[in-house]
Design a protein around this ligand. Sequence first.
Ligand code: HEC
Ligand code: HEC
Ligand code: HEC
Length: 447
Amino acid sequence: MKATRHFPSYSAIICVLSLLLGVSRHHPASAEDAISPALIEAGHYQAILGDCAACHSASNRPAYSGGVPFTLPIGTLYASNISPDPIHGIGTYSEADFSRAVRQGVRKDGSPLYPAMPYPSYARMSGADIHALYVYFHNHVAPQAISPPANTIKWPLSIRWPLHIWRWLFSPSIKAAQKRTQSEFKDPILSRGAYLVEGAGHCGACHTPRSITLNEKAQTAADGPLFLSGGGVLEGWVVPSLRQENRTGLGRWSEENIVEFLQTGRTPAGVGFGGMTPVITHSSHAFSESDLHAIARYLLTLAPAQKETLWVYDPSTAQKLRKGDLSQTGARLYVDRCAACHRTDGTGYGAVFPPLAGNPVVMTSDPTSLVHIILKGGSSKSLPTAPSAFTMPAFEDTFNDRELADLVSFIRHSWGNKADPVSDKTIHTLRHTINMQETPVDPPPKN
Ligand code: HEC
Ligand code: HEC
Ligand code: HEC
């Protein structure tokens, strides 16, 4: 009798003990644990720097439960649930598993990830930053017991192991990535800027051109002038060069312009729109002041990828328009529809109505963004760093292809801009491709 009474109470003690141990392992509050609020905050900041929410938090689903669709030529891929749910998310990932997934693109089960997840950039992140990030996700993010929709990539293309070959070819080892961090710049501010841009910030994922094998043609500044030299068209928007080209890059942006752009989405040099808007609203607006300056200062060191004649303001268009001379093709359309905000001299109003004179968006050889914003309009987002929002109206029903070609060519030619004219045929094609971008392909099925 006695033994049977002892037995359950003995096991109850063990049970309680192990529960306590288990609990203390999962709860950051325990005194032994090195998980301080400061570490959680540091991890949260890494999640902002890496913009994990951009891909892992879909607008109609709980935070970090995945489900953001990526339309690849071979089907649709959905980003994983990275909340700490043990079944649907990454709750069973150890820190080593997490580090391998984020920096090397390999899941806990050993299968490789699609490089839609920018792990070749994250390879650069330090062990300390990955630790903070892990602690944040593991201990602070709420677990979400839902799975993303199933990928629609069909067998045999759904077989993952060939992605290992891609990883070996194109993704740096952690050791190689860290070495760059240590050796590149003597100046600690530039070094920090390189670490952020080439690492967690993964700016090259959009701003660097990709090869036919979908790898970025350069992963860091040390790889040569293709790095951040402009990523082509992404979802109907041209991703511009962040190098020092005078007309189509950041050659005439000051450190302050870049900081202000990343913080608020607008500066007297231009405004953020298209694919850059979510980067600013989710991520860069919350970068620390010193990190923003480090990024800007580093970007200013990137030599131009191509030589361009210096942009010099040419006052002749403004003088003609002021005299009422509308003889130039497209001039009347501009005066009637655009000049109220962007002014006859093309200089706009500070950070409210961006300038068209000397604006890289206007002069870039590919006119997709210019046509896109005229057709669909745009609206600066209200942010804590820039509370008031301004709107650019949509003009898709206002102009036919000929008129839009005239208007766009006029803007590209005036005020010293000197970019090539655009034909009505090009406008016709762009109208079609831009409209295709607006309709979501393959909407995610309901869970
Ligand atoms: C540009 C989009 C993008 C960004 C930014 C991004 N991810 Fe991912 N991530 C993905 C996609 C897509 C997958 C799924 C890939 C697959 O299924 O092969 C993924 C997968 C993962 C996985 C693997 C989970 C699993 O087992 O399936 C982890 C862990 C992860 N991401 C963490 C992060 C963290 C942490 C950040 C921020 C530092 C981040 N991701 C930022 C797109 C992104
Ligand atoms: C998801 C893709 C994407 C990522 C990631 C991204 N950008 Fe961009 N970026 C764009 C697009 C698209 C534009 C063009 C629209 C615009 O000018 O706002 C742009 C424009 C810019 C511009 C304005 C250039 C100009 O000539 O008008 C700057 C500066 C910039 N990005 C900096 C960065 C930095 C720094 C990072 C990394 C922290 C980054 N971007 C990451 C897509 C991206
Ligand atoms: C009512 C005022 C208004 C009118 C009229 C207007 N715009 Fe805009 N425009 C804006 C605002 C505001 C923005 C910034 C939008 C944003 O933040 O997304 C903008 C942005 C732009 C940009 C992007 C510049 C950059 O640096 O990102 C271009 C190009 C442009 N407008 C051209 C035109 C043309 C061409 C017309 C005439 C057909 C026109 N706009 C008419 C207010 C206006």
